[in-house]
Design a protein around this ligand. Structure first.
Ligand SMILES: [Zn+2]
Length: 393
């Protein structure tokens, strides 16, 4: 008996020395705050992890096949993060949330034992930050992991039965009445009162009136935004506003994205966009971010002809409408002031715009005077085609 006891000890010693310490804790400093956040979010939900003693390894690696992160079910759990991906997302707005999403996702696998879950909510948002693995309709993993949604996704991470928040339903939960029109460009005649934009052309971009619409033809290879800067104190994207237009396009590829944009008056600032394509996909986003917030499939999009796109900003939230159907809402990521409004022409595309309207939430203090076109100036701004897909995880 005594001999077999020693054999057992020797055997255990052999296992430990050959496989390493099952309670090893080795987390690169760059990941520490996300591990701490994971532990504190878990603790808020009655789950107490002591990973420093229980063990965890998170290290940088060179991952293959466009993989951002990889979880190895070893003792302890070992997570690899692609160093190139980490560096790439570090440079953009929203990096902190993207990093948290990745680390929480991998810890979801390793610490919580969660598998991939690729279902969607009523509004098209991913149901879970555990989305990944086998593609669904080739949809990118881009997830609108920000602000209100971040709280839901963390709840869902720790409890798969978390009910979806009401703002992810298709119910419109806000009063959208009371917007007074301040500007309407009909493009019915060549008069500046109807066209707004000066119908001048340079070699790469032509603007003209065709069949009572503004036609913009681009010879650029990448997307450009044609902006109206409104010199009026009554219109400001800092406040509540309405912005809509009918838009039609002829793009090189059905996947090319066109749509409307709005921004502050400073050239250094970012633009918020609402783009669609002919494949019935919608892309809400901000130009300073790594990519669009998420890609949504919307059957309200006409695959040929014009689409009416409308946004309403009410108390910091953008409400999106396609052909008068409410389709989505999310928080705006511009917090400055200004009044730039316009539309996006993809590289090599032709876009037609009609009935461009801007309105503000009226109150007794605001004069109802409709703006004169003399209050408008114009610019053309290059738009990064920031339609990158999030790497695999
Ligand atoms: Zn995964």
């Amino acid at each position: 008996m005594k001999l077999s006891f020693y054999v057992l000890i020797l055997f255990i010693t052999f296992i430990v020395s050959s496989c390493g310490d099952p309670n090893e804790y080795r987390v690169e400093p760059e990941f520490t705050q996300y591990v701490q956040r994971f532990e504190s979010e878990a603790a808020k939900r009655g789950k107490n992890f002591k990973l420093q003693t229980e063990g965890l390894i998170i290290e940088f690696a060179k991952l293959k096949n466009d993989q951002a992160g990889l979880c190895h079910y070893e003792h302890p759990i070992r997570i690899e993060v692609d160093s190139l991906y980490w560096k790439k997302i570090s440079a953009v707005a929203g990096a902190d949330m993207m990093k948290e999403d990745l680390i929480f996702h991998e810890m979801g696998h390793g610490i919580l034992g969660r598998k991939h879950l690729n279902t969607t909510l009523e509004n098209g948002d991913w149901k879970s930050m555990m989305c990944g693995g086998d593609k669904v309709d080739n949809r990118p993993w881009n997830i609108n992991y920000r602000r209100m949604r971040r709280d839901y996704y963390v709840d869902e991470l720790f409890n798969e039965n978390t009910p979806p928040p009401i703002f992810t339903t298709t119910q419109l939960l806000v009063d959208t009445t009371g917007f007074a029109q301040k500007l309407w460009l009909s493009f019915d005649t060549g008069s500046k009162y109807d066209t707004g934009w000066d119908l001048v052309s340079n070699g790469d971009l032509t603007k003209e009136i065709e069949n009572s619409k503004l036609k913009a033809t681009s010879n650029y290879t990448s997307s450009y935004a044609l902006l109206l800067t409104i010199q009026s104190t009554s219109i400001n994207i800092y406040s509540n506003f309405l912005f809509e237009m009918e838009i039609d396009s002829e793009t090189k590829s059905a996947s090319d994205q066109y749509g409307l944009v709005f921004a502050t008056s400073s050239a250094a600032d970012t633009t918020e966009y609402f783009k669609i394509n002919r494949e019935q996909k919608m892309f809400p986003g901000n130009s300073a971010w790594y990519s669009y917030y998420t890609q949504l499939h919307k059957s309200a999009i006409n695959t040929t002809g014009k689409n009416k796109l409308k946004v309403l900003k009410i108390n910091g939230i953008i409400y999106y409408f396609i052909n008068n159907v409410y389709v989505y809402q999310t928080e705006m990521e511009i917090f400055g002031r200004g009044s730039n409004f316009g539309f996006v022409v993809p590289g090599g595309a032709t876009v037609w715009v009609d009935n461009l309207k801007i309105g503000i939430k009226s109150s007794s203090n605001i004069k109802s005077k409709v703006l004169s076109v003399n209050d408008i100036s114009f610019s053309v701004v290059k738009m990064e085609d920031n339609n990158k897909r999030i790497s695999e995880k």
